[in-house]
Design a protein around this ligand. Structure first.
Ligand SMILES: Cc1ncc(C[n+]2csc(CCOP(=O)(O)OP(=O)(O)O)c2C)c(N)n1
Length: 587
């Protein structure tokens, strides 16, 4: 007879095919049933935080919900930092855990429901009679509210016989939020009129726009209004065409591009929360810029917003296009990004991946006289090229980042840990679509989530190369899951470690303030040797020529190449522009 744990496993596996975790007393029966009675794939990680991180990255890379699993007590508490990140980043997943027996806590039990609640996650506890139905309710909650949920199996219930698994209805999927009502209609008219009359119209889109599948509609809106476009860090690649795109906004933005954004007289923002980094700590727009925001949040999320529409980004973009006159086609050919600019890859990829699959990118036709025709967007979004070596003789991260961008496979999905180094990938590596660049950890500002992000992305995107970008500090914090990353991604995996022998973000903030530097430093760790210990190939990179190995690796068939780890011995002296902005704001 199937156990309660089998009911959970079978119901879960009807809707979730990837599970990540560490086994222990509390989830032994669940994992046994998952392996024997379902087609779901279980991938072991080596630290329970990795179970949640991998499930989180799986969703961000594919839009498909995944699960993590851990035992009760210490296994569960190990997941909490990652759980907090998924709550704050609004990523749905299910964390299946053991829990105290229904007879009450044992000496080694803790109040898991309170702990999950403290980081914002709701717990569903299965019983003897309702395990399958409760599992479905938990999945439905995660998807409907875009949050992680905990599914708890009490220790004394886990192995109870529960009879044949009965049919349970599938979870209901949330419908797009339709913009409607008199106020909304009026606001849509106002925004359309503002865009029509604008001299310098600008569209900004974030990850919410991508989740809504709004790329093609936003491309059409940009063409109908002649707007320049840009995305947030999490929305990179959302616009289907790059000819009039200013790249990423906020601290990662290029100076000339940000100066143009500042000049906009009307800005319409889709699916972006306008956090302090996107808003350049208040300096993104000029005080006189009229800013409108479209989001599924209940209300506007920034004080600069003067008009707000609550609704699905795609539906609102389409509604705005219908309110605008069709743009006049021009006899002159569309301006295309400079062929040497690596952004060219973006347009190709955007048409081939993600929610906009099958939708041709809107042609960006030139209408002489419009603001965007007077601007060289490609030049505006260019960054400082850097030198081969910094003044201290170590590698300049800017030139290394640029060279790596030239050498990485185009089919890549990039996962990023947190730290000062995040600027390098976000500035220099073009991104084809928002689900090809993710930063698990940044919502909660947690470092140490890089290696298990590789695991989740590798399972989610079996046809892609997975590239990790990480510091040495965060890389060491989660080093247990280096082994998992190499096992899960194999020859599809590559890690770029920005090894500055320091917690660089701290040095560039508190070191500069004169605080004791010793706690901010890390002995120079040989990550290449770590790679060798788990069957990967490690390369110490001290000069740009050492990156040639990456070029050879990219050219090899994936099943013939090893996981490649590049241990970049970079200078701690080159401070990213976004960090300089943080230093300014904090001093
Ligand atoms: C779990 C956690 N611990 C500590 C911090 C504080 N912190 C933020 S950035 C950072 C340094 C990261 O160092 P590294 O990974 O080497 O990257 P770098 O800043 O040198 O580029 C630290 C310690 C944090 N954000 N999260």
């Amino acid at each position: 007879m199937p156990s309660v744990s089998a009911h959970v496993a079978v119901a879960l596996a009807q809707h979730i095919d990837a599970v990540f975790g560490v086994m222990g007393n509390g989830n032994a029966y669940f994992l046994d049933a998952l392996e024997r009675a379902t087609g779901a794939s279980f991938t072991a990680v080596r630290h329970e935080q990795g179970a949640v991180v991998a499930a989180d990255a799986h969703y961000r890379a594919s839009g498909r919900i995944a699960a993590g699993t851990a035992t009760y007590g210490a296994g569960f508490t190990n997941t909490l930092t990652a759980l907090a990140e998924s709550v704050q980043a609004r990523v749905p997943l299910v964390l299946v855990v053991g829990d105290e027996p229904t007879s009450g806590p044992r000496p080694w039990d803790v109040d898991q429901i309170a702990l999950a609640s403290a980081v914002g996650a709701r717990t569903y506890t299965v019983g003897h009679a309702d395990a399958a139905a409760t599992t479905i309710i938990a999945i439905e909650h995660a998807l409907a509210y875009r949050v992680p949920v905990v599914l708890a199996i009490p220790y004394d219930v886990a192995a109870l016989e529960a009879g044949p698994v009965t049919h349970v209805p599938a979870p209901r999927m949330p419908a797009p939020l339709i913009p409607q009502g008199e106020f909304t209609e009026g606001m849509l008219d106002t925004i359309a009129a503002a865009l029509r009359d604008a001299e310098r119209p600008f569209l900004l889109a974030g990850r919410g726009a991508w989740l809504a599948g709004a790329g093609a509609a936003l491309g059409a809106l940009a063409d109908a209004t002649g707007a320049l476009t840009a995305s947030t860090a999490l929305g990179r690649g959302v616009f289907p065409a790059v000819g009039h795109d200013l790249g990423v906004t906020g601290g990662f933005g290029a100076d000339d591009a940000m100066a143009l954004v500042h000049d906009a007289d009307v800005a319409v923002v889709f699916g972006a929360s306008l956090n302090q980094f996107t808003m350049r700590f208040g300096g993104l727009f000029a005080p006189g810029t009229r800013v409108f925001q479209i989001d599924v949040a209940p209300a506007a999320t920034h004080a600069h917003v003067s008009g707000f529409v609550r609704g699905d980004a795609r539906l609102v973009a389409e509604a705005l296009v219908t309110r605008l006159p069709p743009h006049l086609p021009s006899p002159s050919p569309s301006p295309s990004p400079s062929p040497s600019h690596s952004f060219g890859v973006q347009a190709e990829h955007a048409a081939a991946a993600g929610p906009d699959d099958g939708v041709s990118p809107a042609a960006s036709e030139a209408v002489p006289g419009r603001w965007r025709e007077t601007v060289d967007a490609s030049a505006a979004r260019a960054y400082d090229a850097g030198d081969e070596a910094a003044p201290d003789g170590r590698l300049d991260p800017r030139s290394a980042a640029r060279r790596i961008a030239e050498l990485l496979p185009e089919d890549r999905v990039v996962v990023s840990d947190g730290g000062h180094f995040i600027g390098w990938a976000n500035m220099y590596w073009p991104v084809a679509a928002p689900d090809r660049m993710m930063m698990v950890g940044t919502a909660f500002q947690a470092i140490g989530q890089g290696w298990p992000s590789v695991v989740g992305a590798a399972r989610a995107r079996p046809g892609s190369t997975i590239v990790l970008t990480s510091g040495d500090g965060g890389g060491l914090m989660a080093i247990a899951d280096l082994e998992s990353a190499v096992r899960a991604a194999g020859g599809r995996g590559c890690a770029v470690i920005w090894n500055d022998a320091a917690y660089g973000a701290e040095v560039h903030l508190y070191g500069l303030k004169g605080l004791a530097e010793e706690p901010m430093l890390i002995p120079e760790v040989d990550f290449a040797a770590f790679a060798g210990a788990v069957g990967a190939e490690g390369v110490v990179v001290r000069r740009l020529a050492d990156l040639d190995r990456l070029g050879e690796w990219s050219a090899q068939p994936t099943d013939e190449r090893p996981f490649l780890l590049l241990d970049l011995r970079i200078s701690p002296e080159i401070i990213a522009p976004y960090q300089q902005e943080i230093i300014r704001v904090n001093s």
